[in-house]
Ligand binder design. Sequence first.
Ligand code: ADP
Length: 184
Amino acid sequence: MRLIFLGPPGAGKGTQAQRIAERFQIPHISTGEILRQAVADETPLGRQAKAYMDRGDLVPDELILGMVRERLDRADARPGWILDGFPRNLPQAEFLDDLLRDIQQVCDRAVNFEVSDDEIVQRMLGRGRKDDNEDTIRHRLEVYRAATAPVIDFYRQYDRIVSIDGSLSMDDVTQVLVESLPRN
Ligand code: ADP
């Protein structure tokens, strides 16, 4: 199972990715988590990424693409994976397309979690992560609309996209999501 989770920040992608990863025994690859860990460990990547993350801007592709390639190259990602938070703009989507062709893998589904802006702001203020203040949240939403929403159209042309109402309860989202996945 190879899945790409799309949708605004705070849509619940991370929670659902964890559940589906557990169920199918595949790694949950969250670029946001990898970056937060790099910041905490004060690695060169983390040091460069930090200011962008604090502002709610995208970290430059130069820092992201190699990181994703390395992660997908690891042995545990061979049987499948869930990408959460990547791709986040069209160049990243095109990079992933080429990379998957290179390693002869195919993404089974791109899942688009739909949640309204009001609901997102409410949820994220309740979450209390360091980059979750109202200004940054608003900015992340703007970045999402401008850079990430076009990625949905990119996957639409492949007919592999499913949209899910992310405003449902977590358990209902999981159920709808599982039902939308290919059976194997
Ligand atoms: P959220 O779902 O709240 O947006 P993430 O954990 O996915 O949170 O990402 C947190 C931050 O990490 C983003 O605001 C951005 O700065 C950075 N980031 C994560 N993934 C990417 C990516 N694919 N490209 C660029 N920046 C990224």
